[in-house]
Design a protein around this ligand. Structure first.
Ligand code: SF4
Length: 350
């Protein structure tokens, strides 16, 4: 197998034991990262590294199992239902926090959309669903249409969101005319169609990606972007400011900048909280108010935590952006910073 560091021989069993993510990259993305002039940074997104063999961590950092209420449906935050609709992606990111399932035949994928629709239908507090996986747009448009049959008749659902990196990996997928009909259908049902793109780097926003976004925006689709802060890829305020400025320019709202998670086989991508805060500040200094619409977020087992500052008192200040317990949302709290800490669990209480 080819790694960034060189070629090594592994048996299938060894790769399996290390939970090694499949190596697959679209031809489009392979060419785009070279053409972009940023190959030396972007290669880390999709090319395997030997570091994956001994990066410590766990395979479910956000408590996805614990929040699964029906197979394939997570209900962690009051208003949101998270659906795992596929375990496949157009290409596989080496840092994926769902390493445990992507590119594999996972039993975490929703097997029964009737059951799932019944759960959402009987929970009026759920006003939006997020179709995730894997990448929902690797499914055929006909399959997506079938999934929507179970969702569009639920009156309290206000928006249908798709989390996808296909706009970077294979943007022409979004130019399928039948997909435009899907979004027209969502609109006709009185819901908002939302696509959450996953651009980690300005070099991923290709001309084709811009064209696809433009086409679907004319159908009333709202676009947001989430990025992951990744060592050696985008741990640079210049790059992330350029990424968010480009997103803004093409009609995509910068939304979350995620702190890398301590995922087994991917924790070498983590950047310290000190450095992350410097980068977040550097991005904010380079952008206008309407471009800096992102929050620097740690998607922790306990909830989504906005990382605010490292104070002169040596404490990291944070606030819950989302929490299972609504009373905790918005409350600022702090923990003493430990040099090199990358995650809430690395910070002692007190
Ligand atoms: S596209 Fe998303 S789900 Fe797929 S490997 Fe990348 S980060 Fe994971």
């Amino acid at each position: 197998m080819r790694f960034i560091e060189g070629t090594r021989a592994f048996t299938e069993d060894e790769l399996h034991a290390h939970n090694m993510t499949r190596h697959h990259v679209t031809e489009f993305y392979r060419e785009q990262i070279i053409k972009s002039g940023y190959y030396e940074q972007l290669k880390y997104i999709v090319e395997p590294s030997l570091k994956e063999l001994d990066s410590p961590g766990t395979l479910d950092t956000s408590g996805e199992h614990d929040n699964t209420v029906v197979p394939g449906l997570q209900h962690k935050y009051t208003q949101t239902g998270l659906l795992l609709v596929t375990d496949r992606c157009a290409s596989y990111c080496r840092f994926c926090f769902r390493k445990r399932m992507v590119g594999k035949n996972s039993d975490e994928i929703a097997p029964d959309f009737d059951r799932l629709g019944e759960y959402i239908g009987s929970h009026p507090e759920i006003n939006n669903v997020l179709l995730s996986g894997g990448d929902p747009f690797v499914l055929s448009t006909a399959r997506l249409d079938k999934i929507l049959d179970h969702l569009l008749s639920i009156p309290h659902l206000q928006s249908i969101r798709f989390g996808t990196k296909i706009v970077a990996f294979q943007p022409k997928r979004l130019q399928d005319p039948a997909l435009r009909d899907v979004f027209r259908r969502i609109h006709k049902a009185g819901k908002t169609g939302v696509i959450v793109t996953h651009f980690d780097h300005v070099g991923e926003i290709s001309v084709d990606a811009q064209r696809s976004i433009g086409l679907l925006r004319t159908q009333g689709v709202q676009f947001l972007n989430q990025s992951v802060l990744l060592a050696n890829v985008n741990d640079d305020p210049e790059i992330l400011a350029a990424t968010f400025a480009k997103c803004h320019q093409v009609g995509v709202h910068p939304y979350y900048l995620f702190q890398g998670r301590p995922v087994k086989g991917a924790s070498h991508f983590q950047v310290s909280l000190r450095r992350g805060l410097e980068i977040a500040r550097g991005i904010n200094q380079r952008l206008s108010g309407i471009q800096k619409t992102f929050k620097y977020i740690m998607s922790h087992y306990t909830g989504k935590i906005e990382i605010l500052d490292l104070g002169a008192d040596g404490r990291v200040y944070m606030r819950y952006h989302q929490n299972k317990i609504p009373e905790k949302i918005g409350k600022i709290f702090s923990r003493p910073y430990v040099e090199g800490a990358c995650w809430l669990d690395d910070l002692p209480e007190g």
